[in-house]
Design a protein. Structure first.
Length: 661
């Protein structure tokens, strides 16, 4: 019996209603679809709605035969692929999504989802899949603007604009992954984190959202959370190189260097031709004192990628290692060509400068260091005036009244020991000495004070650190406890004290005092010229933009001294100042004084710090595994003829007045 025209119109109306509901209320869509005759379109809507509602197995029961019936229709192939992916059946999902993209090569969402699944095992193939410039892809400027409009003004109107123009359904985990990718590229990290968390909740077995959430958390230095996000993947994807490599990097940043060495080795067994992975493996090996193995890893990275400038710099950065003549020739040859990117070129200039300095060829060495820093400065602009203004705001804020009004606040914990100052001042050495005591654990350079300062920055009326004045009294204890919570995952022992030796924490000295008033603070001070020249020669990965120009470098050091002088004036005795040169001249005397200040009994192991086999990740890792010596005290003098801009920036400090407490 033929359907009456009125029935057909009614069914068509309901199908249209179901379509409209799919992107808004998938449960209502599914309920409506079940009342309709099971046409191909209705079956598709029901399967898609069930998938988005979380009934993925039931959706797959509908979508699998539908996809078989319609092999040339990309929609059923895509829906089946995503249902398989959400059930953790990644291999089958890849096959289905490949059918979807073959059926419709302009299906940006399917390509992105396929790239996500490729990315679990083959990053190069993933990048190729997601690089297509299609409407609704990450390279589509109109799509990016629509996504940003939705992020800035979330609501039905902006969501509907995404759905209507680009087919984006916010109930689809694959769509949330695509939007999160746009957000990350546009530096909207908070929005990306929210989208990925929603996608994980909606599809806990969909591996790409967990993986990319772990990547984002790692980049945000939320390492414990990154590990928690990654752990469910480690069994299923034990043979996936990118997963193992990310796991290794997370372990490194949680202070589990020896476990990281094993993970990097496992990742390299899967991807032996990955130069960047060999380079990271070299860093891990170096941190645990396996220098010869680290050298071999860096060498392997260069064999795979001959223009890998950072690998050459990593060899130079071993400090106690020397280049052979053929290495110098290779670096010169690379620098004479036009095939290098700016980052590789800068690293090679730093490495060649170190090689020439080791050969006592000081003027050419200094020219190489100048070229390296000039390249870095061009890529990383630095505003010396803005930094000096921040220091002056800090000095103005940190008055006796400011601290007196907040006395007795904060977290009472005595566990943290902060080692602050300028990089290359001896902070790694001080941490190594302290960590050789039975009551102290060294945690290296932690990002947590910087993160808490960023959290405080927008909470008051004025700019940070004036914004500290607007915090309620209870906030200081909360921040102190937050610091302890953030650092706890890095603890490997039950020692009563731990060292956070991030030098840049001096910028937040007032915050540290207010949130952890019983924590010890040690300011390591080195001869200004020696310290600054060492900084100028150091190819830092990031974060030291002031060091790329001698005048800026001198001014930064002078600002540091000025801020610490203000703290000394308003909080006498709060910061213990230790001279690197005094420590070298009278180690036992200075170590005893240091331990007394921290409240610890002297232990001979603190003088034999070089026998401590703990992992060390900073550029001084080889140096702190040797007894104290004066080798580095006067090295800066070799470059004295070219230091006029530095001395100008330092002002009166250029006479070395800051090298003693």
């Amino acid at each position: 019996m033929m359907a009456r025209p009125d029935d057909q119109r009614d069914a068509a109306t309901k199908v249209a209603q179901a379509k409209a509901l799919l992107g808004v209320d998938p449960r209502a869509c599914a309920a409506l679809a079940r009342t309709l005759p099971p046409s191909v379109e209705v079956r598709f809507l029901l399967g898609a709605a069930l998938r988005r509602s979380g009934a993925v197995a039931a959706a797959l029961d509908i979508l699998t035969p539908l996809a078989a019936e319609r092999p040339g229709a990309w929609g059923p192939q895509y829906e089946q692929g995503m249902a398989l992916a959400m059930l953790g059946r990644s291999i089958d999902a890849v096959a289905a999504l490949e059918r979807a993209t073959a059926a419709e090569p302009r299906a940006a969402l399917a390509w992105h989802a396929l790239g996500d699944l490729y990315g679990m095992t083959d990053p190069a193939r993933a990048a190729q899949a997601q690089a297509r410039l299609l409407p609704g892809s990450i390279g589509d400027a109109a799509f990016v603007q629509a996504v940003l409009a939705w992020i800035d003004t979330p609501g039905s109107a902006t969501a509907e604009a995404l759905r209507a123009r680009f087919g984006i359904d916010l109930n689809d985990p694959a769509a949330l992954r695509l939007l999160a990718d746009v957000a990350v590229r546009e530096r909207r990290d908070a929005a990306a984190a929210d989208m990925l968390a929603r996608a994980v909740t909606a599809a806990p077995l969909y591996a790409p959202v967990r993986f990319h959430r772990a990547i984002l958390l790692f980049r945000l230095e939320r390492f414990a959370e990154a590990l928690a996000a990654l752990e469910p993947l480690l069994t299923v994807y034990a043979a996936a190189g990118p997963v193992r490599a990310l796991h290794a990097s997370v372990l490194m940043n949680l202070g589990r260097e020896r476990a990281a060495v094993e993970e990097f080795a496992a990742a390299l067994a899967i991807a032996p031709g990955d130069a960047r992975l060999w380079h990271a493996y070299g860093h891990a090996l170096r941190s645990v004192g396996r220098q010869s193995d680290a050298v071999a890893a860096y060498r392997r990275a260069i064999e795979i990628e001959p223009r890998f400038g950072e690998a050459y710099w990593s060899l130079a950065n071993l400090k106690t290692w020397r280049f052979a003549a053929e290495d110098v020739a290779a670096m010169r040859g690379l620098l004479e060509g036009n095939t290098l990117g700016p980052d590789d070129r800068a690293h090679l200039h730093f490495a060649l400068g170190k090689a020439l300095e080791d050969a006592a060829d000081y003027e050419p060495a200094f020219r190489e260091y100048q070229a390296a820093n000039a390249a870095r400065r061009a890529a990383t602009p630095y505003d010396a005036a803005a930094h000096s203004a921040f220091i002056q705001r800090s000095i103005a804020t940190f008055s006796p009244t400011f601290f007196a009004d907040r006395a007795g606040l904060g977290c009472a914990a005595r566990a943290p020991i902060f080692v602050v100052g300028m990089p290359r001042s001896g902070s790694t050495l001080i941490e190594q000495i302290l960590a050789s005591h039975s009551q102290v654990e060294g945690l290296s350079e932690l990002p947590d004070i910087t993160a808490l300062a960023a959290q405080v920055r927008g909470q008051g009326k004025g700019a940070y650190p004036q914004s500290l004045a607007d915090l309620p009294p209870a906030a200081f204890a909360e921040l102190g406890h937050a610091y302890l919570d953030r650092t706890r995952p890095r603890r490997q022992t039950d020692a009563p004290h731990f060292v956070d030796k991030f030098p840049g924490n001096f910028l937040h000295i007032g915050l540290i005092h207010l949130i952890l008033p019983n924590a010890r603070i040690i300011d390591v001070r080195r001869n200004p010229l020696a310290c600054c020249v060492s900084l100028f020669k150091q190819g830092f990965a990031a974060g030291q933009g002031y060091s790329y120009d001698l005048a800026d470098l001198g001014r930064y050091f002078a600002d540091y001294v000025a801020l610490m002088a203000q703290v000394d004036a308003v909080l006498p005795g709060r910061v213990y100042r230790l001279s690197y040169e005094a420590l070298v001249d009278a180690p036992e005397q200075e170590v005893r004084r240091l331990l007394e200040h921290v409240g610890l009994a002297f232990e001979p192991g603190c003088l034999a710090f070089f026998e401590n086999d703990r992992a060390v990740r900073t550029p001084s890792s080889e140096q702190v595994r040797q007894p104290l010596n004066r080798d580095g005290i006067d090295q800066w003098r070799h470059f004295d003829p070219w230091l006029k801009p530095l001395k100008s920036g330092l002002g009166t400090l250029a006479n070395g007045a800051a090298d003693r407490p």
